[in-house]
Design a protein around this ligand. Sequence first.
Ligand code: DGY
Length: 327
Amino acid sequence: MAGVTVAVTRAIPEAGLDRLNDAPEIGDVRLWADDLPPDPEELVALLAGCAGALTLLTDQIDAEILDRVPGLRVVSNYAVGYDNIDVEAATERGVAVCNTPGILTETTADLAFALLMASARRIPEGVDYVRAGRWQTWGPRLLLGQDIHGATLGIVGLGRIGQAVAARARGFGMRILATARHEDPVADELGVEYRDLDDLLREADFVSLHVDLSPETTGMIGADELALMKPTATLINTARGPVVDTGALVEALREGTIAGAALDVTDPEPLSADHPLLALPNALVVPHIASATVATRDRMATVAADNLLAVLRGRRPEHIVNPEILA
Ligand code: DGY
């Protein structure tokens, strides 16, 4: 068969697979069709002999894997986050690493805001109440929640997604605080006041996390930080699970140190059905679906495929994490 082989580590939307199947320089698209990700040995077998890999955040691409698949030229991640890839190891081996930034910004902000609203207004509890046949009359004290308008939102990390969340909060008449590595003029336009993390945690009614996972942000919200939050406050995480110390969060939710948590991402991920977080009525957990809309996932698939093809064609991809390897 003429042309190079590429691997796709799960069934991404057809739009992305079509791009690869239609590319003249690709002889074979090797697709991992199982619902669960390949384990490390299966991943090596899948990638053996491949020039490109279109990967997911569930695939750990480390130095050992890269050494075992020496022909690999590009790892194109179907995600904006790339904490599953050892970028330094890839760069040392001349392997391009690509991602899909920008595309899922608004969709992720939508979910962060949906989590905020669902937890503030106790929507999952209301749904369960009705389904359980407990709705007998209008209740003056039934499922009382928190106001969103007029409340203070603390955004930890005012990057692309943090700014998109701020724009939504502004429309809801919230006061908006944020931490940021660099001040950005857009903060003024959005009516955002900067705070350091401790002050933000003390003042906010809702704290929404929007930082990348890195050694600096791992465990950034632990017992000390949770203790600074108001007992009426809610923590929202659509960033990465390990940004929050799960044990400390379970304790804070149990003890009433904070009122609630709404999580799209967890540590570990996935959570087993008997995980202590899932036994807590004030924890709302959804399975890492922030970018999960038809349109956004289609676009992520085509962009990830295009990034991969660009590297194989010797061109600069639209999104590359380690551009220095192109020099
Ligand atoms: C990402 O892209 O990093 C999200 O977590 C999944 O879409």
